[in-house]
Design a protein around this ligand. Sequence first.
Ligand SMILES: Cc1cc2nc3c(=O)[nH]c(=O)nc-3n(C[C@H](O)[C@H](O)[C@H](O)COP(=O)(O)OP(=O)(O)OC[C@H]3O[C@@H](n4cnc5c(N)ncnc54)[C@H](O)[C@@H]3O)c2cc1C
Length: 260
Amino acid sequence: MEVNQLPILSNVQVSARYWHMVVSAPGLVNRIQPGQFFNILCETTFPFLRRPFSIYRINKEEETIEFLYLVQGDGTKKMTEFKAGEKVDVFGPLGVGFTLEKDWETVLLLARGVGIATLAALAQEASNQNKKCIAILSARSHNDLLATETLQGLGAEVYKVTEEDGNSGVEYVEQLIENILAEQRVDAGFTCGSKRLSKLLQAVTRKYIIPSQIALEEHMACGMGACFACVCDIRSENATQSVRVCTEGPVFDLDKVVMA
Ligand SMILES: Cc1cc2nc3c(=O)[nH]c(=O)nc-3n(C[C@H](O)[C@H](O)[C@H](O)COP(=O)(O)OP(=O)(O)OC[C@H]3O[C@@H](n4cnc5c(N)ncnc54)[C@H](O)[C@@H]3O)c2cc1C
């Protein structure tokens, strides 16, 4: 991990709440794994702490990496002021990314909100490895389902559920997963962005004994394991163990994560 000043190629608003930033990252693109993140300096004065963002897409030919971000508070508001031609100060790549086993042929992604940004990079890698990807994308509205076309472009079978359409409830998504599993073999599940959907995937993948992984999005401070601001509980043997999401994660075996 290191601090880099990366040239911004574009930083544009892509919907009412989301922005998309592309940065030039030669030398980094071949060392990044989906699920890893960068800690971005939004402002040198306030907010002082960097903010963590997953890698949304990696373009190895053009040597660029992309971030998809939801404008939440001061840090992300500052990021919207970044201009093409300027440089952004990024710390990373950080954390442990997703694992895609060689013999997995079909993977199921269950993402909610900004979690879609995190799982999009995984869909890209699955497509590179000729694996089939089934993605259930959940959001408040169709406006927030930003990566749909990106995922479809990668060959993923995409199901969209939204509050707008009244079909994003856990019961509906559970039925959707059950239907998918009744029709096709799924070798692994991945989730990010929602506690209730993660709990659901944990229960379903336990029931069908399917390995699954989660990218946790805990609030973070240092991003490098020093401050312990982002600890969560993991089951190990018969005990629970506190781990740091920034260094031991953000990706964990979903079965082992203790869901509050
Ligand atoms: C590993 C990791 C990867 C992430 N990847 C992305 C990404 O790809 N795209 C993206 O848009 N966001 C992502 N996030 C969340 C992003 O870091 C926060 O939205 C951002 O830090 C908010 O900063 P802010 O200064 O704008 O808002 P703040 O003023 O810090 O917070 C504004 C609001 O957002 C909430 N918030 C802040 N951080 C988080 C968090 N980690 N999880 C849930 N709520 C939070 C606060 O409680 C508050 O209500 C990721 C977080 C982690 C830990």
